[in-house]
Design a protein around this ligand. Structure first.
Ligand code: NDP
Ligand code: 2IT
Length: 445
């Protein structure tokens, strides 16, 4: 039995009932065999056993008062997965589905993603099963204040730097930052995704979507193509989806779908800048449903469906994990989809990934394709520690360079290990080697 298989068997016994975590670890460990065989020292130092075990897992009670004065209780989490190459770094997710398995999968992925960014950041993730939907601003504020009252003792600009993810955007980061500052009496870069007037970086809101499109453009370049004139489907309608649409439009592509958990809109004419402004107002201010887009612009609404049945040249899954099944992947390929760039984390099931790889689809896995968000968080941290701000053009240029570098590193590593075009293997090995070597250098920690 191979070393990685042995560790996976052990992992299953130790982490029952954590399907998302096991799925994410499987995907990484299965592609590491070539590097583990080439360098016996990883096995001798038991690096795999160590790298799949979070350094620290925090679970805490979050009590808060709703607007009727009733006490409510949620569960808060922070997983500090790996700090070999920098302070823990990764977002906070507020969604009713949040549990230990989902946050362990996300923080495990984050470790390798952050390694790929070229910046010094370890891996972490946190959040709560709190559901922001239907809550007033004051309820969200009281929840965030209570959440930070506990979290603040565990984080810090040199220790652990949270940011946004599903259900956590500028509003939530503001409330969280305000409470941290109040308790600790220090104004520091302890969170990223901050407002522009109080330590935020230009381009951070745009970064994940923009970066994911830059990654697609890099993949297309390897086949002598560009996004111009391509029809794209995008899922989700939140932060990542919105700026994915904006950048595809800027590069001359056409986006024909967006979705939320209730359904999908299909707009064959394309979601232009004006329609995108409507989506941003609808989702970020009114907090309404995407169905309203179909009523306003008189296009199709696919109730309860995902966008994967809509013909496209390329797909940008930007909602959540496991949103593309094996069957969806077959449909995408049959209808002519040639590239998939993942804005979301682990949106494709293992069956879907197999389908993409069998059909030589240009498939950019999330830990490479969506790394622009956390990379720009790293740029926000750099600006905070220098007490200065870069211009929009400067941050975007750096983001573009970082995405090109992540692409090159995944592409070249896949080639080096004999599987050209396999971005899954390339990203996993490149991300792993840097973290594993740092762990070796630092002794048995
Ligand atoms: P938002 O909360 O801004 O938007 C999430 C979108 O996805 C909403 O449209 C939401 O619909 C939809 N969605 C969420 N959960 C589900 C579900 N279970 N089923 C169907 N639709 C769902 O989050 P982000 O845009 O920030 O995040 C989207 C994805 O991108 C996540 O996978 C996240 O981990 C990943 N990501 C985010 C980064 C960032 O910087 N924000 C960086 C890298 C990756 P509804 O409103 O109906 O719930
Ligand atoms: O999944 C991710 O990379 C994020 N949600 C962004 C994390 C960050 O620290 O900016």
């Amino acid at each position: 039995m191979s070393y990685s298989q042995d560790v996976l068997n052990h992992l299953h016994r130790r982490n029952p009932g954590e399907p998302e975590f096991l799925q994410a670890v499987h995907e990484v460990l299965e592609s590491l065999d070539p590097v583990l065989q080439r360098h016996a020292y990883y096995q001798e130092a038991r690096i795999l056993e160590r790298i799949v075990e979070p350094e620290r897992q925090l679970i805490f009670r979050v009590p808060w008062l709703d607007d009727t004065g009733q006490p409510r209780v949620n569960r808060g989490f922070r997983i500090e997965f790996n700090s070999a190459i920098g302070p823990y770094k990764g977002g906070l997710r507020f969604h009713p589905s949040v549990n230990l398995s989902i946050l362990k999968f996300l923080s495990f992925e984050q470790t390798f993603k952050n390694s790929l960014t070229t910046l010094p950041m370890g891996g972490g993730k946190g959040g709560s099963d709190f559901d922001p939907k239907g809550k007033s601003d004051t309820e969200v504020m009281r929840f965030c204040q209570s959440f930070m009252t506990e979290l603040c003792r565990h984080i810090g600009p040199q220790t652990d730097v949270p940011a946004g993810d599903i259900g956590v955007g500028g509003r939530e980061i503001g409330y969280l930052f305000g409470q941290y500052k109040r308790i600790r009496n220090e104004f520091t870069g302890v969170l990223t995704g901050k407002g522009l007037q109080w330590g935020g970086s230009l381009i951070r809101p745009e970064a994940t979507g923009y970066g994911c499109v830059f990654f697609a453009e890099e993949m297309l370049k390897t086949r002598g193509e560009t996004l111009a004139g391509k029809t794209c489907t995008v899922s989700g309608a939140g932060n990542v989806a919105q700026f994915t649409v904006e950048k595809i439009n800027q590069l001359g592509g056409k986006v024909v779908s967006l979705s939320d958990s209730a359904g999908t809109i299909h707009d064959p004419d394309g979601i232009d800048a004006e329609k995108l402004a409507f989506v941003m107002e609808l989702k970020n201010v009114k907090r309404g449903r995407i169905a309203e887009y179909a009523q306003t612009f008189n296009c199709h609404y696919l109730d309860g469906q995902t966008p994967w049945g809509i013909p496209c040249d390329g797909a940008f899954p930007s909602a959540t994990q496991n949103e593309i099944s094996g069957t969806d992947a077959v449909t995408l390929v049959q209808q002519g989809c040639q590239f998939v760039s993942e804005g979301a984390n682990m949106p494709s099931t293992p069956e879907a990934v197999d389908v993409f790889q069998q059909h030589q689809i240009l498939y950019g896995p999330g830990k490479a394709a969506n790394a622009g968000g956390v990379a720009t968080s790293g740029l926000e941290m750099a600006q905070n520690s220098m007490h200065m701000n870069w211009t929009r053009a400067e941050v975007e240029a750096r983001l573009q360079l970082i995405m090109a570098s992540i692409h090159a590193s995944a592409f070249e590593t896949a080639q080096e290990y004999g599987q050209p075009g396999n971005y899954v293997m390339g990203a996993n090995i490149a991300g792993f080697v840097k973290v594993a070597n740092a762990m070796l250098d630092q002794g048995l920690v």
